[in-house]
Every structure is written in structure tokens, then in C-alpha cells.
Design a protein around this ligand. Structure first.
Ligand code: PEP
Ligand code: MG
Length: 591
């Protein structure tokens, strides 16, 4: 039976496909696709993991049998018997093999997928004793996963994205479009899926500007976050429509709905093709103002895509994505240098703004690990040791990054951008460390290049002390995502307060407008690199407020360019002042 789940629209378009549920296992499990040629070895890894777990439990049983009744209660022996029985259960292994051979999941993903399916069956059982066996199953699976951890797995970069045409819907082969449904995905998980097969994403949690949503948007595929219980309601392999414009997920759709959304999908593709014609058109307004449209990227490999999308540079390279999911082994200077250099070379002479690492809040170094083991998990991480605070707390790590960025600047135009500064002493410490990084490179005789220095304005304290920032920096970049979060006291990753996350709140518009005006008056460059810059609903307002540099996901550049080409900044500036004075600015923004 068809039903709909409502969430938050974060990435536009329609995706139709079969659901792939990513279990939120307590263990840190990698999810990737293997080649058909690797299926046998993947099944073998699974078998070895199971055999090792089996052997371990048998050894435990022998130890227990040598203990006296006080040391080893009878329940323990019974429990180990149950675990052995579960490990031998053919239905578990048979179905796990199915996910490997039919869906090409890696063994760990296949195992946790089957665990999720069986866990739900246990949950639905009437008999309390049987219901409680779910915990045993989880323990057994975790034991197998633990043994598999040490076993090398063939790494596969992931299948290419499939065709998304309606005709695939009836084609029940491995080429059927797949959509990903998860309770939560860390930004690092999302990155892993970036080159992969999925035609759309749905998560139970997250806000519109959570980093998971941002990465989904950068992939330019339909996504809905904050869909509450989607991962409970959708079953593995269900047919699902994701309407990324409306923030709706339709499960098990009727043929009529399928036809309707198939049509919508095709219309969106046509619109996209139409926009492609603007790729080489310069972004100049009707009154002749040249507007800089820059790209936000997460990895060096995104650079060529940014060039193809018509970006005239990178306005925000979120370097923290190089630091995530590394299990404590952070990238050293050489690795970072090579990554930044690849980005600079990929931009073919266009400028690249590299932001120093912004770890913390909803971008932990190791998502699952931190969630489970971080003793400070109860504190508010968005207000904690995040971004520049984290960097200044570990100068050796920060110096590695600064040296790497300075060295990459020998290969092209590089701007160095610092996130989340608020205090004068943070600014001075940062600049002193940049000087120190240069001195160290001089001492080593290592070549490096000049960089323009920029600061992000993303804390109200910074927006209210722009003159201080202008004294030290060549340019400013307004991070509206955080500026909104911190000004309105709304956790950007929390779907329960997502309705209060309002870019048009008069306080936000005032802070943005004043920052732009002060930079312009001082003759300094100012850009917006938060999600507002890529949202066509705000293009005219930002132009009217005097903004001439916008940085956004490559996929949004052409739509924003279309708005720019239709705008007259002189006319817009009077209207923008009215919007600033309005009690409900949003009402004036609609066309
Ligand atoms: C912002 O806060 O607007 C921004 C661009 O930084 P991030 O989204 O990475 O926090
Ligand atoms: Mg930010």
C-alpha cells in the first residue's frame, strides 16, 4: 500500500528507485559496492568471519565448562548455545549471500542489512522470549564483524550512477536505480557515497543546512532529510519516490503516481539541459555589473566539475573532508599538499579558496566512533571546540595544514580562509601561526607562494566587529549557515527546530547587509559561501544588498546565473532596503 513520509527538502529533483537501507549498526561498518568478479572472495570473507566467531564461542564454551557453578551460571552456557545456533542458521547466511551476489554489497554491509531485516522480524514477535533474542543476534553479528575487520577487502570506488529513465523501473536487474534510506549519515559517509550508485537520499534526522544535507546537495541528487521514521517505515527493496522539491517520500507508489513523477523527472532534466546553454555566458547583470560565481567543493576531485559548471574559481574548499573517517590518522603535510595542489591544478589557473579545517559539531572526525565513545557527547558541540578553536588547540596539526596550503600556492592562485573566528586574539594567533609556517618553509628551503588571507563571518560577534576583521584580512566570506545557527540559536542539524531556521529573519538580513556594506566601503572583497548564495530565492536580494561574489555548489551555478542575467542591481538596491526594514521580509521576496 502506498504512503507518504514528510521531511525537509534539501536537494531538488525527483528520484525513483528501490530502497537500500543502511543500518545504523553500533559498529563502524564500511558501505561500498564490489565488482561482480569479487563476489566469491567477498562471500569467502564472510565465511571466514563466521568461522572465526564460531571457533571463538566454542573456545568460550570449553572455558565455561571447566568453571564451577558459581563462576559460570547455567544461563551463560545456554546463551553461548543460542549464539552458536544463530551462527549456523542457514537463513542468515543465505540471505547475506543474496545481498552480496545480487546487490553487490560488500560483506559487512550485506551482514548489517540482513541484521536490520531480522531485527525487525524479532521486534514484531508476540513471544517475549523470542523477541529478546534480537539482542543475541546483534551480538553474534558484531562478533562476526569484529573478526572480519582484520581481513583485507577489495576496495571498490563504487558503481557509476545508473540511468534514471522510467523504463528502468520495470527492469529488475542490478541496474535498477537505488535510493539510500538511513537513520543518519555522517558527512564522511556521504562522501563515501559521492561517486556511487544512488539516485537519491533520505535520512530520518538532519536539518536543511546540516553537513549531510550540504553534501547531498553537492551531489546534485534529490534528497530529503528530517524524515523522522523513514528508516523504520521503509523496507529493504521497497519502491520509493523522493520528491526533493517538496520534501516528500512516497513509498510503494501506485502506477499513476509513478507516471506523474516520471513526467516531473523528465521536466527537470529538460530544465537542466536548457540551463546548460548558459555555461559559457558571463554572469553580468542587465546594468552591466559583473558577478563572480564561485564553487564550493569538498574534495580536490570536485574541481574539474566546478570548471565544467562554469565556476570562475573555488570560493570554499571545505578541507575538513580530508580529515574525516581517518580513525585518528590525520593527513600529514605531504598528503594535504598533494590534495590542495590537485585542486589548484584542477581549476586550471582559476583561484582556489582553501578553508582551514572546520572539524567539530556535525562534522566529527569519526562519526560513529565519536558518537559512541566521546565522553563529551552530552555537551553542545556546535558551541564547543570547533573550526579555528580546534586548530589553535593543536598548533602542530594546524602548522602542517598551513604549510601545505602555502606550498600549494606555488602552483596557482590560492586564498586562505579561516572559519569561525570571533576574537581579536584568535585572529592574531592565527596570523602568527601563518607567519611561523612561512618561516619554517624558508628554513627548509621549500618553495611556497603568496596567498590572500580571508576570514569567515559566521558568528554574530564577528558580524558585529567587521572593522576589526578588515584591519587584518584581505577579504571576508559570510558563512550564512552558521551565522543563522548562532544568531537564532537553532541547531542546524536538528530537524525538530528546522522550522525556526530562517535566513530571512530581520536580524540575519541586517548582519549580512552591514557586513557587505562595510566591506564595500573599505574597498575589500566580500563573498557569501553559505547555502543562501546558491538559493535562487535570495539572489536578487543579495545583489540588491551589494553582493558581487557568490560561492555555491557547482550544480546551482547555472540557475543562479540565470537570475543574475535577469537582474538590474540599481533597481534592486532600493527594493533591498525595503526588505531590510520589513517586519516579515519573506513576504517581499516572492516574485
Ligand atoms: C557556513 O557556515 O555558512 C559555511 C559555509 O560553512 P559550513 O557550512 O561548512 O559550516
Ligand atoms: Mg560554517
Amino acid at each position: 500500500m502506498s504512503f507518504a513520509i514528510h521531511g525537509l527538502a534539501v536537494a531538488r529533483g525527483v528520484a525513483i528507485g528501490r530502497a537500500v537501507l543502511v543500518a545504523s549498526s553500533r559498529m563502524d561498518v564500511a558501505h561500498y559496492f564490489v565488482d561482480a568478479s569479487q563476489v566469491e572472495s567477498e562471500i569467502d570473507r564472510l565465511r571466514q568471519g563466521r568461522d572465526a566467531a564460531f571457533g571463538e564461542i566454542q573456545r568460550l564454551q570449553r572455558t565455561v565448562s571447566q568453571m564451577n557453578a558459581n563462576e559460570a551460571p547455567a544461563e551463560l552456557t545456554a546463551l553461548l548455545d543460542v549464539h552458536l545456533m544463530l551462527l549456523q542458521d542457514e537463513s542468515l547466511t543465505r540471505d547475506v549471500k543474496h545481498w552480496i551476489s545480487e546487490r553487490l554489497y560488500n560483506a559487512e554491509w550485506a551482514l548489517t542489512t540482513q541484521l536490520e531485516i531480522l531485527a525487525r522480524q524479532f521486534d514484531e514477535m508476540e513471544d517475549e522470549y523470542l523477541r529478546e533474542r534480537k539482542a543475541d543476534l546483534e551480538q553474534v553479528v558484531e562478533r562476526v564483524l569484529r573478526h572480519m575487520k582484520g581481513m583485507a577487502s577489495p576496495v571498490n570506488p563504487g558503481r557509476k550512477r545508473p540511468r534514471t529513465q522510467q523504463d528502468l523501473l520495470l527492469d529488475d536487474t542490478v541496474d535498477v536505480p537505488l535510493v539510500l534510506i538511513a537513520h543518519d549519515l555522517s558527512p564522511a559517509d556521504m562522501l563515501q557515497f559521492k561517486q556511487s550508485v544512488f539516485a537519491g537520499f533520505v535520512t530520518d534526522v538532519g536539518g536543511k543546512t546540516s553537513h549531510t544535507a550540504i553534501v547531498a546537495r553537492s551531489m546534485d541528487i534529490p534528497a530529503v532529510v528530517g524524515a523522522r521514521s523513514a528508516s523504520q517505515l521503509v523496507r529493504q527493496d521497497d519502491w520509493v519516490i523522493i520528491d526533493g522539491d517538496a520534501g516528500v517520500v512516497i513509498v510503494d507508489p501506485s502506477p499513476i503516481l509513478l507516471a506523474e513523477y516520471g513526467f516531473k523527472q523528465r521536466q527537470a532534466e529538460l530544465e537542466r539541459e536548457r540551463l546548460q546553454r548558459l555555461q559559457r555566458t558571463p554572469a553580468v547583470t542587465l546594468d552591466g555589473e559583473r558577478i563572480e560565481l564561485l564553487a564550493n567543493i569538498e574534495m580536490p576531485e570536485d574541481a574539474p566539475h566546478a570548471v565544467r559548471a562554469g565556476a570562475v574559481g573555488v570560493g570554499l574548499f571545505r578541507s575538513e573532508f580530508l580529515f574525516m573517517g581517518r580513525r585518528g590518522h590525520l593527513p600529514d603535510e605531504e598528503e594535504q599538499y598533494s590534495a590542495y595542489r590537485r585542486a589548484v591544478e584542477g581549476m586550471q589557473g582559476l583561484p582556489v579558496t582553501i578553508r582551514t579545517v572546520d572539524i567539530g559539531a556535525d562534522k566529527p572526525l569519526d562519526a560513529r566512533h565519536d558518537k559512541d565513545h566521546n565522553q563529551d557527547a552530552h555537551l553542545n558541540p556546535a558551541l564547543g571546540l570547533r573550526a579555528i578553536r580546534w586548530s589553535l588547540a593543536d598548533p602542530a596539526m594546524f602548522l602542517n595544514q598551513l604549510r601545505a596550503i602555502l606550498r600549494a600556492a606555488a602552483h596557482g592562485q590560492v586564498h586562505l580562509l579561516v572559519p569561525m573566528l570571533a576574537h581579536g586574539n584568535e585572529i592574531r594567533q592565527t596570523l602568527a601561526l601563518i607567519d611561523q609556517a612561512r618561516t619554517e618553509l624558508d628554513r627548509r628551503g621549500t618553495v611556497y607562494g603568496p596567498v590572500k588571507l580571508g576570514a569567515m563571518i559566521e558568528v554574530p560577534a564577528a558580524a558585529l566587529s567587521v572593522p576589526l576583521f578588515l584591519r587584518y584580512f584581505d577579504f571576508l566570506s559570510i558563512g550564512t549557515n552558521d551565522l543563522i545557527q548562532y544568531t537564532l540559536a537553532i541547531d542546524r542539524a536538528d530537524e525538530s527546530v528546522a522550522h525556526l531556521y530562517d535566513p530571512t529573519h530581520p536580524a540575519i538580513l541586517r548582519l549580512v547587509a552591514d557586513t557587505i556594506a562595510q566591506c564595500r566601503a573599505a574597498g575589500k572583497l566580500v563573498s557569501v559561501c553559505g547555502e543562501m548564495a546558491g538559493d535562487v530565492a535570495f539572489t536578487r536580494l543579495l545583489l540588491g544588498l551589494g553582493l558581487r561574489s557568490f560561492s555555491m555548489h557547482p550544480a546551482q551555478i547555472l540557475a543562479v546565473k540565470q537570475e543574475v542575467l535577469r537582474s538590474d542591481t540599481q533597481r534592486l538596491s532600493g527594493w533591498a532596503q525595503q526588505v531590510l526594514q520589513a517586519e516579515e521580509p519573506a513576504a517581499l521576496l516572492s516574485p
